[in-house]
Design a protein around this ligand. Structure first.
Ligand code: NAP
Ligand code: ZN
Length: 364
C-alpha cells in the first residue's frame, strides 16, 4: 500500500461558527479583501456574519463583489490588483465555488502578475493566505488546493492546483444554504456526488479517500429524493454541506477524472451549469468504468441506494428534465479538448478519443 494524504485546512463546521471562532482570523493580519459575487452573500447572511466578525477583531476590510459564475482570468486579475493596491494580508472568499476559486486566484495575483506560470505552479512569490466560506454545497473548494477559471484564449475552463491555495481556515455553516433555490441545490449536490464518485473510481484513489467517498455518496443518496428547497430542513442542509466537504477532501487527494474534463466544454460552450454537466455525463462514465471496475461501480451504486446504472440514469433524468441537443461536430470538438487533459490518465480504463466521443454521444 502506498499513498499521500494532505489536507491542511482548519475547518470550523456548525451553526454560527464564524461568530464562535472569529478570533482565529486575527493571526492572519490587520487587513483583508473579501471576494464574493454581487448578490447571494448579502442575501444569505454570510457577508454580514464575516464583516461583524472582522469589525469585532479590528481587522480592516474592503469588499470586491464582482465575481461572476465560472470566473474569468480578467476578474481575478482585477481583484488581485486591488488586493495589491490595498496591501492586504489575506483574502476571504464567500460564495459558491466561483467566488471561493476566485479568492484563491486573487491571493496569487496579489503577489504575482497573471501569466501561464499561475497554471503551471511556477509563479515566484507565495500567495496570500485564503479563508473560505461556502454558500453552496457542491464544489468542496473550501478544502481543496484548486481554483477553476475560464480561459477565453484556450476556449475552456482550466484549473490552478497549488498547495499554497488550500484555505487556511474554512467556516462551514449550513444556514447559508437555506436561500439556495432547488435548481442550484440539485446542480451543486450532483457536483459533490461526482467528486466523491470520480475520486472513488480515479486511478489516484487511496484507501482513505475510498472511505470518505463512500460516506459522502451514502449521505447524498439518502437525500436524493428530497432535493427541494421547501423540503430540506437545517439538518439536511448540514448533511449536504458535510458530504460536499468530504467529497472535496477526496478530490484534493485524487483529482477528478475524464467526466469533469468533458463537463468543462459543456459549461464553456453550452453554458450548462458545472454540476449538471457532470450529472448528464455520469451514466455513460459509469458504463465506461464498469468495464474495468465492476466491483467498485456496484459498491458506489449500493452506497447511493441503487441497484443498477439504469436506475441511476432514471434518477438523473428526473433531476435534470430538460433535454439538450448537441451536434456531431460539437461532440467531436468537446472530445478533442477532453482528450488533451491530464484527467485521461486518472481514469480507469484510460479512455481513447473514441471512448470519450462515445460517452458524449450516449449522453446526448
Ligand atoms: P457558483 O458559480 O459559485 O454560484 C452560482 C450561483 O449561485 C450564483 O448566481 C450565486 O450568486 C448563487 N448562490 C451562491 N450561493 C447562494 C446561496 N446560498 N443562495 C442563493 N444563491 C446562491 O456555483 P457553484 O456551483 O458553487 O460553483 C461552480 C464553480 O466552482 C465552477 O466554476 C466550477 O468549475 C468550480 N469548481 C471548483 C472546484 C474546486 O475544487 N475548486 C470543484 C468543483 C467545481 P452570486 O453570484 O450572487 O454569489
Ligand atoms: Zn466539480
Amino acid at each position: 500500500m502506498e499513498f499521500n494524504f494532505h489536507m491542511p485546512t482548519k475547518v470550523f463546521f456548525g451553526f454560527n461558527c464564524i461568530e464562535k471562532h472569529s478570533h482565529e482570523l486575527k493571526r492572519l493580519g490587520p487587513k483583508c479583501l473579501i471576494v464574493c459575487g454581487n448578490q447571494s452573500a448579502k442575501m444569505n447572511g454570510s457577508l454580514s456574519d464575516i464583516t461583524s466578525a472582522l469589525n469585532k477583531e479590528n481587522i480592516e476590510f474592503e469588499i470586491f463583489n464582482e465575481v461572476e459564475p465560472n470566473p474569468s482570468i480578467e476578474t481575478v486579475t482585477r481583484g488581485g490588483l486591488r488586493a495589491r493596491e490595498l496591501k492586504v494580508d489575506f483574502i476571504i472568499g464567500i460564495g459558491g465555488g466561483s467566488p471561493m476559486d476566485a479568492a484563491k486566484a486573487v491571493a496569487i495575483v496579489a503577489k504575482n502578475e497573471f501569466s501561464e506560470d499561475v497554471f503551471t505552479q511556477s509563479y515566484k512569490t507565495p500567495a496570500l493566505p485564503v479563508v473560505t466560506i461556502p454558500t453552496t454545497s457542491g464544489t468542496g473548494s473550501e478544502v481543496t488546493q484548486y481554483a477553476i477559471l475560464t480561459d477565453e484564449s484556450a476556449e475552456t475552463k482550466r484549473g490552478i492546483a497549488h498547495q499554497q491555495i488550500f484555505p487556511v481556515y474554512s467556516f462551514l455553516d449550513g444556514k447559508y444554504m437555506n436561500s439556495l433555490p432547488t435548481e442550484q441545490t440539485i446542480n451543486t449536490v450532483i457536483d459533490a456526488f461526482s467528486h466523491a464518485a470520480e475520486g472513488y473510481l480515479a486511478a489516484r484513489s487511496t484507501p482513505i479517500t475510498d472511505i470518505l467517498a463512500l460516506e459522502s455518496i451514502g449521505i447524498i443518496g439518502g437525500l436524493l429524493n428530497k432535493l427541494d428547497k421547501e423540503k430540506l430542513i437545517r439538518k439536511d442542509r448540514d448533511s449536504l454541506l458535510y458530504a460536499s466537504m468530504l467529497a472535496g477532501i477526496v478530490i484534493a487527494q485524487t483529482g477528478t477524472t475524464i467526466c469533469h474534463a468533458m463537463g468543462y466544454s459543456l459549461t464553456y460552450f453550452k453554458k450548462i451549469d458545472h454540476g449538471r454537466a457532470n450529472g448528464l455525463l455520469f451514466p455513460a462514465f459509469l458504463r465506461h468504468s464498469m468495464n474495468a471496475q465492476d466491483g467498485k461501480v456496484t459498491k458506489l451504486l449500493e452506497a447511493l441506494g441503487l441497484h443498477s446504472i439504469e436506475e441511476f440514469e432514471v434518477t438523473i433524468e428526473k433531476l435534470f428534465e430538460e433535454k439538450i441537443i448537441l451536434t456531431k461536430d460539437e461532440l467531436g470538438l468537446f472530445s478533442e479538448k477532453a482528450f488533451k487533459t491530464g484527467n485521461v490518465e486518472n481514469t480507469i480504463p484510460k479512455p481513447t478519443k473514441k471512448n470519450i466521443f462515445k460517452m458524449f454521444y450516449d449522453s446526448f
